[in-house]
Design a protein around this ligand. Structure first.
Ligand code: G1P
Length: 298
C-alpha cells in the first residue's frame, strides 16, 4: 500500500570520530570543518530544509557540543553585528539557527551507521523519514531528496540514492543490484551489499548518503547482526527489507546524475572546497584566474 503520511523528519548521523581528519578533529567535530565559509553540516541541514524536512534529529556523541552551538542563537554576537549595522554578517550568523527545529540524541556506543539510525526510533515514531549522511554534499541546484520523497510516497517502501562509479571504486560504498520499473524513472532494488570486493560487486551503482526510509527499518535494525567491520550496517537492514513484500517492505532507488561532493576524506574534501569556491560570485572571479596560473606552475 502506498504510504501517504507527509515526511517531515530528517535524521543526520554525526557521531563519527573524524579520524581521517586528525589532528584537525582532535577537539572539533568533523561536521564543523568549513566548506568555503559554512560548516559541512550546514549544507546538509539546508538541503533537508529545502525538501520540507524541518524537524531534524542529529545523532551525536562526545565532543560534539560545537554542533549544538552552531545551530543555536548567539545573542551577544547578534547584538554587536546589529549595532554595527552589519546586516550581511548578521543574516549569515542567523541562517543556521533558522533552518528548522533541531534535536539531538547521543549514540552511546559507536556500533555503526545502522545503530546510529536506530537511535532515532523514538523520535521518528511511526512515519517514514529521511537520513542524510554529512560526508556527502548534494549541489543545491540539483534535485534528489524531493525526488526520493516522491518515490517513497508512491511506493510505500524505502528509497535509496545510487550513483554510477568507476567499477574499481565500488568497494568504498554500498552496492545495489537493481531492475527497472516499467514506465517509471526509479528502479527496484533486488539486493544490496556493503563495500563488496570489486570482483564480487553486483553492479557499479554505489549507495550515496541519502535515504528515505519506511519506519519498518527500525524493527529490522533491531534484529540485524553486526556485519562488515563488526558494525550494524544500514545496508544489511535494507537488504532484508528489499526481500520483503508489504509491511513496509520493498526498496527502490533513484539514480542520481547530478553534482555530489564528497567531504569524507582529505583529498575529496579539498576538491569539494575548491569546486564550490570557484562557483561563488564573491570568490570565483578572483579564484579562477589564480587557480589557472597556479595550475600552470605545477
Ligand atoms: C556509508 C554506507 C555506505 C554508503 C556510504 C555513502 O558508508 O554504509 O553503504 O555507500 O555511506 O557515503 P561510510 O562511508 O560511512 O563508511
Amino acid at each position: 500500500m502506498p504510504q501517504t503520511s507527509r515526511i517531515t523528519k530528517a535524521v543526520i548521523p554525526a557521531a563519527g570520530l573524524g579520524t581521517r581528519f586528525l589532528p584537525a578533529t582532535k577537539a572539533m567535530p568533523k561536521e564543523m570543518l568549513p566548506v568555503v565559509d559554512e560548516p559541512a553540516i550546514q549544507y546538509v541541514v539546508a538541503e533537508a530544509a529545502k525538501a520540507g524536512l524541518d524537524n531534524v534529529l542529529m545523532i551525536t556523541g562526545r565532543s560534539k557540543r560545537a554542533l549544538e552551538d552552531h545551530f543555536d542563537r548567539v545573542p551577544t554576537l547578534e547584538t554587536i553585528l546589529e549595532k554595527k549595522g552589519d546586516t550581511a554578517r548578521l543574516a549569515a550568523v542567523q541562517e543556521a539557527s533558522n533552518l528548522g527545529d533541531i534535536h539531538y540524541v547521543r549514540q552511546g556506543d559507536p556500533l555503526g551507521l545502522g545503530h546510529a539510525v536506530l537511535c532515532a526510533k523514538r523520535h521518528v515514531g511511526s512515519e517514514p523519514f529521511a537520513v542524510l549522511l554529512g560526508d556527502d554534499l548534494i549541489d543545491a541546484r540539483d534535485e534528489l531528496l524531493s525526488e526520493m520523497i516522491r518515490v517513497q510516497q508512491a511506493t510505500g517502501g524505502s528509497v535509496i540514492a545510487l550513483m554510477e562509479v568507476e567499477p574499481e571504486k565500488i568497494s568504498a560504498y554500498g552496492c545495489a543490484d537493481v531492475t527497472p520499473v516499467d514506465g517509471e524513472d526509479f528502479v527496484r532494488v533486488n539486493g544490496l551489499v556493503e563495500k563488496p570486493a570489486v570482483e564480487d560487486a553486483p553492479s557499479n551503482l554505489a549507495v550515496i548518503g541519502r535515504y528515505v526510509l519506511h519506519q519498518a527499518v527500525f524493527d529490522v535494525l533491531e534484529e540485524t547482526a553486526p556485519g562488515r567491520g563488526g558494525e550494524i550496517q544500514l545496508t544489511d537492514a535494507l537488504q532484508t527489507l528489499s526481500a520483503r513484500d508489504g509491511d513496509g517492505g520493498g526498496v527502490y532507488a533513484v539514480i542520481f546524475r547530478g553534482r555530489r561532493y564528497d567531504t569524507g576524506d582529505k583529498l575529496s574534501y579539498l576538491k569539494a572546497v575548491v569546486t564550490l569556491a570557484v562557483e561563488r560570485e564573491d570568490l570565483g572571479p578572483e579564484l579562477r584566474p589564480w587557480l589557472k596560473e597556479f595550475a600552470a606552475t605545477l
